[in-house]
Structure formats: structure tokens, C-alpha cells
Ligand binder design. Structure first.
Ligand SMILES: Nc1ncnc2c1ncn2[C@@H]1O[C@H](COP(=O)(O)OP(=O)(O)OP(=O)(O)O)[C@@H](O)[C@H]1O
Length: 583
């Protein structure tokens, strides 16, 4: 490739920099995967300021010996002067001098003067120990300047050679930014000290302790590292703490995250440990201003294996293997002490049963959804929570806050219409046969049977509300999420969480709260409140990865206010949604 040096009319082109520039095309042909680095080097070597600095440096060197600095302690001398005269501020000359000495630029100039006078030009590069080995092994000496951040590389002992090798380079870390280290490079010395025979933990310790300049003596890996980088954004569907994982290759390099956090996966070539950067937490708070070095997270495959193992051990500990009756009562459906009117717990449908059994939640690919104003299509708000926690109460209050904007879905039923009821108002009335046909045709996102009558919520009625330009409100059973959580509906799922039992009793008992869906109208008992609290924590444990937001329904007024606020935000602020939803 021809090298065109820009012409700097007033700057003499540095001959050494030019020589390096001329050599770049040769380097480029030898290192096919280093185009960005070579491009950077080319820009750097052609930079006008570099040529100016080199010129100053050369002039300075040529005059060395002829001009000696009078002293090399200008900083301390200036400080002495400052202390001496600072009480004589009324003298205008003193006042002016104090002003000059306080200026950061003057202080920096004095500091530089002393450094040059002492010939203290950092970093000092030791002579490269050529000829240190008698054999023909190629040695690579790498000098990195590292502050308090980690080196950003993990190591392992090669079983065959016994050598310490670089296992992975963390994207964006000090090692990666230097571009000088590669996976597979053997480390032989750190800052001149041999690491032969040292335990990997000790080596990690040494590497993390050194700051400033670190010199590594390496035998470079000859195979080309083709690093597969990704830019995948994912929502974490589980929490991870490197401190509690025994298998992570380097604990310090691990990334701690919670369910709902958004990460950017920058490298997924390792089958067990991926590299990721933190993007935002579950509430959408961005990681602005943090160091963007990647860290290790469990790969999808690794997390699945860990989870399968955990479940197997848990199952074995709970019930020793025995034959399973095909007619057993599903443990997913908690027995209700009192019969509830809604359809949600009644029919055990095969279509729903696989929703929460074997699926192992790891990561979900996401993208940023920015609601374009004015909004015409609104995300439905879905209330999930244990029956009796207050989903319907909060739904009603949200609707009442703006009845023209929010709309509830009218359910279907096969029961007889009562005299005061209007078709399409309390219920959509259908015959049992019609409902059964629609259930078979999977038209209902949930359905059930109560006292011989069918009840259900159809997908079409949810869509109809959305098409009318309203915010659809729905409080379905968790099993219905499988049908609702789609790119077509783009629901915003809010978990209505029970407060602790004490607060539950405090807020419900004295108000004689009674579940609207209950068959009896007697107030909720302390036992029922305890069941609600228990079920709330089980639901959270099991489904929290589907929740976009959680409201603790402690004080009703506060919970309703929070709900109204969040409902407003959904329409304005950017949100991370599963990939494909933002179109
Ligand atoms: N924070 C609260 N403080 C006091 N009472 C509450 C609170 N939240 C809800 N309630 C009352 O608790 C009762 C149950 O609420 P609600 O009917 O909304 O529950 P739900 O989750 O919809 O369950 P279900 O489907 O069984 O009706 C109602 O009487 C409601 O007014």
C-alpha cells in the first residue's frame, strides 16, 4: 500500500516516523487480522503533533550537555517561596506572584522541568533481554502501563507443557487495549522475576498487585487468534455472583449480576465462560461512566448444566425416585382453601403445562424500544401475583385514574346471562359448544371451569383493546404468560408482590379486605394472608425473569400511585424488550 505523508508546511517530517510508516504495509501483509491496529498506528505516525514533539525532543537531545539545568527542584523551591510570602498579600507584587504560583499550568511546567532535569523519563524500558535463551525460541517482551484496574486476562496451566498460558483476554481490559497479548502466549517472567513453579493463584496475585509498568516476558503463541466478537445485548434471567461459583477461572474477573440486568456479550467463543459488559440494571439505570472492560459470565450452556445438576440434586434430596402416576395432582397448582370464582385454577390444560416445568432461564436477547410520540399502540399492562394480593384492586384504581385511556378485557363465559347483565359488558356470552371449539382452536389465553360453566379470556379481545388505541389491563394467571408474552402484544408485566406477613395483616385485616374473586364474601383470614405471602415469594422465585416491574402492595395508596407513575413512564421512556419487539 503506498504511504502518503501529509505535508505539514511548518513541521519538518521526522525521518524515523517516516521509516516506520514505510514499514507498515509489510507488517500489514504479515498480520492479516490486525487491520484496525495498523490503521491506528498509521494515523498516529502521521499525526502532526507527533512530528512536532519528536522535533522538540531531537533539538533538546542535541543541546544536552551544552545547557545544564540550574536545579532539579523547582517545584519545592516554588512551594518554599509561596509559604514565605503568602502573609504579605497586601503587597500587589506579592499578590501577583502568589497568583502565578497557584496556577496549575505553572505548577505543571515546574514539575516537567524537574522531571527533565532529573532525566526521569517514564516509563523506563529495560534493555530487551536478547540472547537470554540459548535455544531458538522467540521471546516477546511486553511492557504495559496499568493503573489500579485489573490486567484483564485470565491464565491457566497447560497440562502438556506445564507452562502458564494466557487463557483469555477480557474485552476492553488493559491487556486487550494494549493489543500486545494473545491467548495461548506463555508467560515466563513478570517484571524480571521468573514465575516458574508458582501456583496460578500466586501469579494472579502478583499481576493484580503490580501497578504502573508491568513487563511480561512471553513466548508468543504462533497460531492466529481469530477472536469472534459479538455485540449481543441480553437480559439476565438468573442472578450470578462470582464469589459463590467454584468453577470460575478467575473470581476477580467475574461479573456479578441480578435477574433483569442488561448485559452486552462481547465474546462468546468459550463454551463455558463468555465475556460481557454491564449495560443497565433491571430498572433501566445505565452504567454510564463506568470502565467498559468486559468480565466473565457463565455461558448459556454452562448455566444450563449447573441448573440441571441443581434440580437433579434437589429432586433427589426431596423425593427418592419412585414411579409417577400420570394422574397426579399438579404440584404447580396450590390448593386453595376457598373455592375461587375465576377460571384460573380450574382446568389443567396440556397446552399450559410445559410452561414452567423444564425450561431453564439463562439469557434473553433484547433490544432498546423507544416509544415514538405520539404513541398510537400502547403496551398492555399485565398484573401478575398471587390471588388476593390486590391485582384487581390496583387494576381498578389505574383504570379509574383515566377511564378513557385504560381498558379492561371483557372475559367470555358459557353460563346463562343474568337479567341485569349486558352481553359484552360484564361478560361475552357464548354457548358451551362454541366456547369449547374456541378453546380447541387455542383462541383463549386462559380458560377454566367453575360450577359447570366455562370462563375464558380470548386473545382477540386483548388485541381489540390495543387496536382501539387503549392501554389494555389484564390480571391473568401466570400460565397465560406463555400466550401473552409475544412480539405481537408486547406486554409490560408487573408483579404485584405481597409485603411481609406483618404488613399484610396490618393493611388488610383492619380494612376487612376480601378477595373479589372469592366465592364467599367473608374477609381474608390470617391464614389466607399467610398463604398469599408464601405464594408471592414462590411466584417471585419462579417467574421473576418475566417481570418488567415489581410493586410491593403494602400501603394501597402508595402502591396505586407507583402504578400510575410507572404506567405513564412506559409510554415515554426507552425500555429493553425481547429482540423483535421493537419493530
Ligand atoms: N394494599 C392493600 N391494602 C388493603 N387492602 C387491600 C390492598 N390491596 C388490595 N386490598 C384488598 O384486598 C382484597 C383482595 O384484593 P383483590 O381482589 O384486588 O385481589 P386479587 O389479587 O385481584 O385477587 P383475586 O383474583 O382473588 O380477587 C380486596 O378487598 C382489596 O380491596
Amino acid at each position: 500500500m503506498p504511504v502518503n505523508l501529509p505535508l505539514f508546511p511548518h513541521v519538518k517530517i521526522d525521518t524515523d516516523a517516516q521509516k516506520l510508516l514505510v514499514a507498515l504495509p509489510t507488517l500489514e501483509s504479515r498480520l492479516p487480522n490486525k487491520e484496525p491496529e495498523i490503521h491506528y498506528l498509521r494515523r498516529f505516525l502521521r499525526n502532526r503533533n507527533l512530528h512536532l514533539i519528536l522535533r522538540i525532543y531531537r533539538q533538546f537531545r542535541s543541546q544536552q550537555g551544552s545547557k545544564k539545568p540550574a536545579a532539579n527542584f523547582a517545584v519545592s523551591q516554588a512551594a518554599d517561596v509561596f509559604c514565605e510570602i503568602r502573609y504579605r498579600i497586601e503587597d500587589p507584587k506579592v499578590h501577583e506572584l502568589l497568583g502565578i504560583l497557584s496556577k496549575p499550568h505553572v505548577q505543571a511546567l515546574l514539575f516537567c522541568h524537574d522531571k527533565i532535569a532529573c532525566e526521569d523519563y517514564e516509563p523506563k524500558i529495560d534493555p530487551v533481554p536478547f540472547g537470554s535463551g540459548e535455544d531458538e525460541t522467540i521471546i516477546k517482551i511486553v511492557r504495559l502501563i496499568k493503573n489500579n484496574e485489573p490486567l484483564g486476562a485470565t491464565i491457566y496451566i497447560n497440562e502438556h507443557t506445564g507452562c502458564v498460558e494466557i487463557a483469555r483476554i477480557l474485552h476492553g481490559g488493559a491487556a486487550h487495549r494494549s493489543g500486545l497479548l494473545n491467548t495461548g502466549d506463555e508467560i515466563h517472567e513478570i517484571n524480571g522475576e521468573s514465575i516458574k513453579g508458582l501456583e496460578p493463584d500466586r501469579i494472579v496475585e502478583i499481576l493484580s498487585e503490580v501497578s504502573g509498568s508491568v513487563t511480561l516476558k512471553l513466548v508468543p503463541c504462533m497460531k492466529t487468534n481469530v477472536c469472534r466478537k459479538t455485540k449481543l445485548k441480553v437480559r439476565c434471567l438468573f442472578s450470578f455472583d462470582p464469589e459463590t461459583d467454584e468453577h470460575i477461572p478467575c473470581r476477580e474477573a467475574g461479573l456479578k449480576f441480578k435477574i433483569g440486568d442488561i448485559l452486552e456479550i462481547v465474546n462468546d467463543e468459550d463454551s463455558t465462560w463468555w465475556q460481557a459488559k454491564f449495560v443497565a440494571d433491571s430498572m433501566g439505570i445505565n452504567a454510564a461512566g463506568t470502565i467498559s472492560s468486559a468480565r466473565l459470565i457463565p455461558s448459556k450452556h454452562y448455566q444450563e448444566s449447573v441448573e440441571i445438576m441443581r434440580r437433579v440434586l434437589l429432586r433427589e434430596a426431596k423425593n427418592p425416585p419412585r414411579s409417577i402416576s400420570p394422574c397426579r395432582y399438579s404440584p404447580k397448582i396450590p390448593k386453595q382453601k376457598r373455592l375461587r370464582k375465576t377460571m384460573y385454577h380450574i382446568v389443567q390444560s396440556g397446552v399450559f403445562s410445559d410452561f414452567d416445568t423444564d425450561e431453564i432461564a439463562t439469557y434473553e436477547e433484547v433490544e432498546l424500544f423507544s416509544p415514538k410520540q405520539p404513541l398510537k399502540v400502547f403496551r398492555p399492562i399485565i398484573f401478575i401475583g398471587p390471588p388476593g394480593v390486590g391485582r384487581n384492586e390496583l387494576k381498578r384504581r389505574l383504570r379509574a385514574s383515566n377511564p378513557n385511556h385504560f381498558e379492561e378485557v371483557v372475559p367470555y363465559t358459557s353460563r346463562e346471562r343474568r337479567a341485569h347483565e349486558e352481553d359484552g359488558k360484564e361478560y361475552n356470552f357464548l354457548s358451551r359448544e362454541e366456547m369449547e371449539q374456541q378453546i380447541i382452536a387455542q383462541k383463549f389465553v386462559e380458560y377454566g371451569e367453575y360450577k359447570g360453566n366455562l370462563y375464558g379470556t380470548s386473545l382477540e379481545s386483548i388485541k381489540a383493546v390495543i387496536q382501539r388505541g387503549k392501554v389494555c389491563l389484564l390480571a391473568p394467571h401466570t400460565q397465560a404468560l406463555k400466550f401473552i408474552r409475544t412480539a405481537e402484544l408486547r406486554p409490560f408485566i408487573i408483579f404485584i408482590k405481597a409485603p411481609n406477613l406483618e404488613r399484610m395483616k396490618c393493611t388488610r385485616l383492619e380494612k376487612h379486605a376480601r378477595a373479589t374473586s372469592s366465592e364467599t364474601t367473608s374477609p381474608l383470614t390470617p391464614e389466607e394472608l399467610r398463604d398469599i405471602v408464601e405464594m408471592s415469594s414462590k411466584m417471585e422465585e419462579r417467574y421473576s425473569h418475566y417481570f418488567d416491574y415489581t410493586i410491593v402492595n403494602d400501603d394501597l395508596h402508595m402502591a396505586a400511585t407507583e402504578l400510575i407513575t410507572i404506567a405513564g413512564q412506559i409510554e415515554k421512556t426507552d425500555q429493553w424488550v425481547p429482540v423483535g419487539w421493537a419493530l
